[in-house]
Design a protein around this ligand. Sequence first.
Ligand SMILES: [Zn+2]
Length: 213
Amino acid sequence: MSVKKLFWDEPYLTKTSANVKNVDAQKVTLDQTIIYAFSGGQQSDSGKIGEYEVLEAKKEGLEIVYTLPEHHTIQTGQEVQITIDWEKRYRIMKLHFAAEIILELMYQNYNHPEKIGANITSEKARIDFYWNGNISETFQVVEKKANEMIQADLEIESEFEHEKNQRRYWEIKGFGKVPCGGTHIRRTSEIGAIKLKRNNIGGGKERIEIYLV
Ligand SMILES: [Zn+2]
């Protein structure tokens, strides 16, 4: 059975215990986890398994494989404490949801422009679009609307669409329902406020960068 991903139903959990399912040299799998692995543009968490810093968290199908330092002593069947760098994760969660709101506002207000890619770190989020012209012309609308939604303290539901396939979605009633397997905040007000920046990446592509302020 693949690892139970506690970061979905309990995205605010910073510490838990788990059993080690398998150890293959530096690669370790667990029965349950709170350490998110890069997926859907969301950066991996920083975290520890036992006393060891996770060097890499990698999604492999529905499994997550963690890489530990070379001389770790973690063994199969062992119970371990796992922790995450909460400050980093919480910034990622805020920026992730800010990006969700901006993307949805772009779709709703600008005739569903084609998204090329997205990336979310603890420093900033970015979304790239095919776009003719200067995308910052939209900021007066989308930045304003996004900050209004943040101030309105709207409830965000996150649930399984298909539990077996581990497909998730988030929903804000009256605004949107969007598939996503990332970790989500519970209320829009947690974001605080955001600022947008344009980056012309060339070739008819424009980038929106999102910062917490
Ligand atoms: Zn999401």
